[in-house]
Design a binder for this molecule. Structure first.
Ligand code: NDP
Ligand code: 8X3
Length: 250
C-alpha cells in the first residue's frame, strides 16, 4: 500500500523538490504552504504521478495549523511520513542591531511552527505505532557563524527537538531524523535578504547544493528497511568545508 507523506514548505526549494522525488516513487502527498497559486501548480504537476492533497496554512498560526491538519479527508489522515521543512532565515545582522521582527519570524516558523505541525501529527503515529519524521535542520544547527545568531539558534533548537523526539517516540517504533544541509540554491537567500539582488551574490563562484540533491537524501532516509533509521545527516556542496569556508572561483 502506498505511504502518505506530509511536507511543509512544499511550494519552493527543498520541500518542492522532495514532493517531486516522493511523487516519482508513488508516495501519496499532502503538500503545505501559504502561496495558493504554487500549491495549485504543484498539485496539477504531481497529480499525474500520485494522489495529492494541498493545505494552505501559516505554521506561525497555531490554530490555523491544527485546524488545517485536522481537516484532512479520510484518505489522507494516516500520515506515515512527516517532513518538517518549512522555514527560512530572516536577516543576517549582528546581535546588537538585529531586527525583532526577523527574530520573531525565525523562532516562530523554524521552531514553534515545526512543533505545531508535529503536535497535530504525532498522536496518529503513536496510536498506529509507526511513522517517520524528518526535520530539516541546517549546518547552522551544528555551527554558529558570524551574524547568524538567531537563525543558528533556531536550527540548534531543531536539532535538540529532533533528538528529543527520537528518544520520546522510541517506544512506539517511530523513526526520527534530521537532514542538515549547508548552502542550497533555493529562494532561501531571497527571503533572508528580502529581495533578489543581494541573494544573487550568495551562490556566485561555486556550485551550491541544489534542492534536488537534498531531496534525494531525504528519499534515501525514508526508503531504508524498517530496522534502519538515518538519525542525522550533514551535507555540503564540495566547495563548502564549514559554515564560513567556501572555495569560490571569483
Ligand atoms: P525556500 O525559501 O525556497 O522555501 C521555504 C518554504 O517554507 C516555502 O515553501 C515556504 O512556503 C515555506 N514557509 C516559509 N514560511 C512559512 C510559514 N510561515 N508558514 C508555512 N510555510 C512557510 O527555502 P529552502 O527550500 O531553502 O528552505 C527549506 C528548509 O531548508 C528551511 O527550513 C531552511 O531553513 C532549510 N535549509 C535551507 C538551506 C539553504 O541554504 N537553502 C540550508 C539548510 C537548511 P510559502 O512561502 O508558500 O508559505
Ligand atoms: C542555510 C545554510 O549557511 O545560510 O541553513 O545558514 S546557511
Amino acid at each position: 500500500m502506498a505511504k502518505t507523506a506530509l511536507i511543509t514548505g512544499a511550494t519552493s526549494g527543498i520541500g518542492r523538490a522532495t514532493a517531486r522525488e516522493f511523487a516519482q516513487h508513488g508516495i501519496h502527498l499532502i503538500l503545505c504552504g501559504r502561496r495558493q497559486d504554487r500549491l495549485d501548480s504543484i498539485q496539477t504537476e504531481l497529480s499525474k504521478l500520485t494522489d495529492v492533497y494541498t493545505l494552505n496554512f501559516d505554521v506561525r498560526d497555531r490554530d490555523q495549523t491544527l485546524k488545517a491538519i485536522a481537516s484532512l479527508p479520510k484518505a489522507f489522515q494516516n500520515i506515515d511520513i512527516l517532513i518538517n521543512n518549512a522555514g527560512n532565515a530572516h536577516g543576517l545582522d549582528p546581535i546588537q542591531t538585529g531586527n525583532l521582527d526577523d527574530w520573531d519570524a525565525m523562532m516562530d516558523i523554524n521552531v514553534k511552527g515545526l512543533l505545531y505541525v508535529s503536535k497535530a501529527i504525532i498522536p496518529g503515529m503513536t496510536e498506529r505505532k509507526s511513522g517517520h519524521i524528518i526535520n530539516i535542520g541546517s549546518s547552522a544547527g551544528k555551527e554558529v557563524y558570524p551574524n547568524g545568531n538567531v537563525y543558528c539558534g533556531s536550527k540548534h533548537a531543531v536539532l535538540a527537538i529532533t533528538e528529543g523526539m527520537r528518544i520520546d517516540l522510541n517506544p512506539f517504533g517511530i523513526k526520527v531524523g534530521a537532514v542538515n544541509p549547508g548552502l542550497v540554491e533555493t529562494e532561501f537567500s531571497e527571503v533572508r535578504f528580502k529581495g533578489a539582488s543581494a541573494a544573487d551574490q550568495v551562490y556566485k563562484g561555486y556550485k551550491a547544493l541544489q534542492a534536488e540533491d537534498v531531496a534525494e537524501v531525504i528519499y534515501f532516509a525514508i526508503s531504508r528497511p524498517a530496522h534502519v533509521n538515518i538519525a542525522d545527516v550533514l551535507m555540503f556542496c564540495t566547495a563548502q568545508a564549514s559554515s564560513t569556508i567556501v572555495k569560490k572561483d571569483i
